[in-house]
Design a protein around this ligand. Structure first.
Ligand code: BG6
Length: 480
């Protein structure tokens, strides 16, 4: 059997924020899985960087704890992985530690600097990497969201990074782009001839994009209260899902060809009417605190839910709305894109109930996969009756026993090393998304608009249901 793991060339990955939450939860376990899969060249190295004054052994113990909680791998493999890891204590905004970092990095292998730190440090770190000659013209720099708070701050971050690195060196992570199904959406659309002729307003009635979470904001309320669902989820993750669903086929599968088409979608978005937006905030229920308890702000008017209707004003989509919703403390954890095809133009089965038109549901989580809802004859005797049947495909079923689905971060980090920017946001894309989101948020601020309360474990506020109802449509249920 031919291995599907394609090894990458030797690299130095320098991880700033190496003891932080994201590193512990996602980056270290992800790197360990890629190591176990045999993807690293022998002389690859990972250099953890943080402010803390830790010995290499202390730091390795922390990494070991992070990977052990995510993976009960055997001790020899963990110890072989730890051998690749070094640690340097650096003051990102000051001068301490940079000489040591310089001494620890090599310029004759692929170099990636991953800034898993607050955006206020991006500029300072980029400048020092350049001024001290640690980064080269070939180095890659990776940054995490939030990429700005609005258009102005995103422009500042872009300017700071571009002063030291060129756009082709900058990898802006939106981890939704690393999810298996998101890439499958491109394969589905552009590697099959079945769907694309139907993928337009003549055949599609509307599209629903849902990212529903059960989690509250407890533990990160301070950050979240400055952000809200619009900035935290819609401007980035849901926007990317919308782009991949709505974009024109790129002429080739190259980073800029794909990103040019996504940018055109964002630029084609109409301004959203305030009547097409439902904003919600979860209230207390049982022993579960309210959003205001969790954010520590008892007057907060930040939204923990948003539902909105978005129009893509171009030839392909005019007349086919995209409904987006996302929220915390909802009934289930569920992310999906549901494409509702129009009903047949003429129904030849008079008096028969047609259960529903065709719906293609692309599931991101849980159980990544796809379901196509179709209408068939109800099997068996009893005359001509119609019923609904689903063609169902769960991607995990197609993996071989030994394989496990890759986490988004694993794929994205390996793409950085490979030098493939397709699944990363370009600077102009991020700015265009803020240019669309800013007036929506500004309107709430100007009007001091209070979100509607909703129950924990529900599908969001009443206004969200009304938003659909008004258009004669219904959201797909979130859970049973
Ligand atoms: C993050 C948001 O970007 O994405 C979080 O800041 C959110 O609020 C998370 O919970 C959702 O990611 P996933 O992969 O769990 O759907």
């Amino acid at each position: 059997m031919v291995s599907r793991v394609i090894p990458v060339n030797a690299f130095d990955l320098v991880l700033f924020g190496a003891t932080g939450d994201l590193a512990r939860r996602k980056i270290w376990p992800g790197l360990f899985h890629r190591f176990l899969a045999g993807q690293f060249a022998d002389d690859s190295r990972i250099i953890g960087v943080s402010r803390s004054d830790l010995s290499r052994a202390d730091f390795q113990a922390k990494v070991s704890a992070a990977i052990s909680s995510a993976h009960d791998g055997d001790k020899d493999k963990i110890s072989a992985f730890l051998d690749l890891i070094d640690y340097v204590s650096v003051d990102a905004a000051g001068d301490r530690g940079w000489d040591n970092l310089e001494a620890a990095t090599r310029s004759d292998v692929i170099q990636a600097f991953y800034l898993s730190v607050a955006p206020k440090f991006f500029g300072a770190i980029a400048r020092r990497l350049r001024d001290r000659g640690i980064a080269t013209e070939e180095s890659r720099i990776v940054v995490e969201k939030p990429f700005g708070h609005d258009l102005a701050s995103a422009r500042t971050l872009n300017a700071e990074l571009r002063a030291c690195f060129q756009e082709h060196q900058i990898y802006r992570i939106d981890h939704y782009l690393g999810k298996e199904t998101v890439q499958n959406l491109m394969a589905l659309r552009f590697a099959n001839s079945l769907f694309e002729p139907l993928w337009n307003a003549s055949h599609i009635d509307h599209v629903q994009i849902t990212v529903s979470e059960k989690l509250s904001v407890d533990g990160r309320g301070e950050y979240y209260d400055q952000s809200g669902a619009m900035r935290d989820m819609v401007q980035n993750h849901l926007m990317q899902l919308l782009c991949l669903t709505a974009m024109e086929p790129p002429s080739k599968f190259t980073p800029n060809a794909v990103r040019n088409e996504k940018l055109k979608v964002i630029e084609a978005l109409e301004a959203v009417e305030s009547s097409d937006i439902a904003r919600g905030q979860y209230r207390a229920s049982g022993d579960q605190g309210s959003y205001r308890d969790h954010s520590g702000n008892d007057k907060s008017i930040t939204e923990s839910f948003i539902g909105l209707k978005v129009n893509v004003a171009n030839w392909r989509w005019a007349g086919t709305p995209f409904y987006l919703r996302t929220g915390k403390c909802l009934r289930e954890r569920l992310s999906e894109i549901a494409v509702y095809f129009r009903n047949p133009p003429h129904m030849i089965f008079p008096g028969l109930d047609v259960p529903q038109g065709n719906v293609l549901v692309i599931r991101l989580q849980p159980d990544e996969g796809m379901t196509l809802h179709t209408t068939i004859k109800d099997p068996g005797p009893g005359g001509m009756r119609l019923t609904e049947a689903s063609l169902d495909m769960t991607f995990a079923d197609s993996l071989k026993d030994a394989e496990r689905p890759q986490d988004a971060y694993e794929r994205l980090i390996m793409d950085v090393i490979r030098g493939d920017q397709t699944l990363f946001m370009r600077g102009d894309e991020v700015e265009a998304a803020w240019a669309w989101a800013d007036p929506i948020i500004a309107d709430w601020t100007d009007r001091n608009l209070k979100p509607q309360q909703y129950d924990v474990g529900s599908s969001g506020p009443e206004d969200s249901l009304l938003l659909m109802h008004r258009d004669g449509r219904r959201w797909r249920p979130i859970g049973n």
